[in-house]
Design a protein around this ligand. Structure first.
Ligand SMILES: [Zn+2]
Ligand SMILES: [Zn+2]
Length: 134
């Protein structure tokens, strides 16, 4: 926390609130549709590292499988050096296409999960501020 300079407008002229952490946001910092406040978006970016590891685990076996399958199917047609190149290219294409599909699915579900999150515990300082002054 604290990576973003606090915007006084956000606190004083609250236009909307982050749908995830409920931080007050001014008109200028209003998140785009299907997006959250800067702090939440940063958290999401930071979790990308974990997602990339998950992608490798989930995406590589089916990609390897697709590559092998296309190789096996096309190999009989790959006569001569030209044919072999085409078979190899097709297999590589099938492999990377499969991986890309898995990667997209991982990103989509991670994003959906992120947008579903709501009502994180408020930081202590904010709780104190919300108490009626007296
Ligand atoms: Zn602001
Ligand atoms: Zn937020």
């Amino acid at each position: 926390m604290g990576a973003f300079r606090r915007c006084p407008e956000c606190e004083e002229h609250t236009f909307t609130r982050c749908a995830r952490c409920e931080a007050p946001l001014c008109r200028r910092h209003q998140p785009r549709a299907q997006a959250r406040c800067r702090a939440c978006e940063r958290e999401y970016q930071e979790s990308a590292l974990l997602r990339n590891r998950m992608k490798a685990v989930l995406g590589l076996p089916p990609a390897a499988l697709a590559t092998t399958a296309v190789f096996a199917i096309l190999l009989p047609f790959g006569a001569g050096i030209g044919g072999a190149i085409i078979v190899a290219a097709a297999a590589a294409l099938a492999g990377s296409g499969t991986a890309a599909t898995v990667f997209r699915a991982v990103d989509r579900s991670a994003r959906a999960q992120f947008l579903r999150e709501h009502g994180l515990p408020l930081p202590e300082a904010r709780v104190v501020r919300l108490l009626p002054r007296g």
